[in-house]
Design a protein around this ligand. Sequence first.
Ligand code: SF4
Length: 393
Amino acid sequence: MNSISTQVSRPLQARKGYMGIYIHYPFCYQKCDYCDFYSEGIGPGKSDIEQELFDTYKKEFFLRLENSADLRDRKIDTIFMGGGTPSKASAENWNNLLSFFKKELNVTEDVEISLEANPEDLSSEFLIGLKQAGINRLNVGVQTRNHKDLHFLGRHYEKDKYEKIGEILSQSPIERVGIDLMYGMPDSNEDDFWKDLEYFTNLQLKHISLYSLTLEKGTAYSRNVKDKKTKAPNEEMQREILELLPRKMQDLGYIWYEVSNYCKENEFSRHNLKYWTYEPYLGLGPGAHGFLDNKRYGNPRNSSAYLKKPGAAVSEPVSPREEIALSLFRLFLPISLPSYLDAFLQKDKEQILKIISRFKERDLCEWDGNTFQWKQNALFLLDDLILELVSES
Ligand code: SF4
């Protein structure tokens, strides 16, 4: 089975003049064993430095403004609060920060404002506060409803919240709700994953991200696997699930738009689409990444260092060809490829188009000289195909 309908009326086009904002809130209830994001487990309460951190986001903003004066000219159409667990910070602090951006920058009327949350923080009072702050999209890190698997992942979970998660999400005052699920834990039962998926798709959630458990360098989980203290992910199960997902999700009314991401019609994460379509974004906070003036930067993964020196990021110029290959070609949507190549590449266009023609001959994609789209059979070869796009000939 090759063709997956994406129900998208127009191929994606390159855009200029827009920018997103990403804010990293680095605290969580507890550090999950598999997680390689910068985050610190601090237990049930609030962080002692929450207020100071929110003040420092603003300081970093002004420092970045000094180096990229055109920030004020760009249209801000997405703001994303990620982490860590941003739902651990107060709605009042998010409200205040969002008002600050609206005052300082050209934020569009229809801006998408997303916040990542964990189930333990989802009280109706808090959700109402978030909605009043202007947050119009919520993404909840559920991962699985199986307690044994949550325990294996080293995740904090509150039984009561997990049992009522369907009710909580369907009653959310913020209508655009998405979740993350994870599959392929070593002792998982595949049926549990399909049951979870059915449970959440029955709620008609707008967005579902489906990730396989992976070994990320530097995490407790990867060290434990290396030391043979625990088992590696079940790759056979992961492959089976990955192969079945696109068709299954399509039958359930979801569009497959990126390797691990599905949504209802027009319910893409517009912010995450920026990462895959080479659009700039201002990253603020310890451990945040940003992409401005064709340079990527990464802030220190240490909140004390960040508070002392908020603008001290490491910056790297990027090769546009590599960036385009590594981001755009993760999308499974139809893409107006020339629009991206013309907008972002000074050279290498011909080479890329030659490689795309070879992909077409191998029946890996649809390509008519304007619109490009992967076929599903490219999925398991994707890393190698992207490497071919990066290589010289
Ligand atoms: S809750 Fe999320 S960000 Fe925090 S440690 Fe777990 S996976 Fe990482």
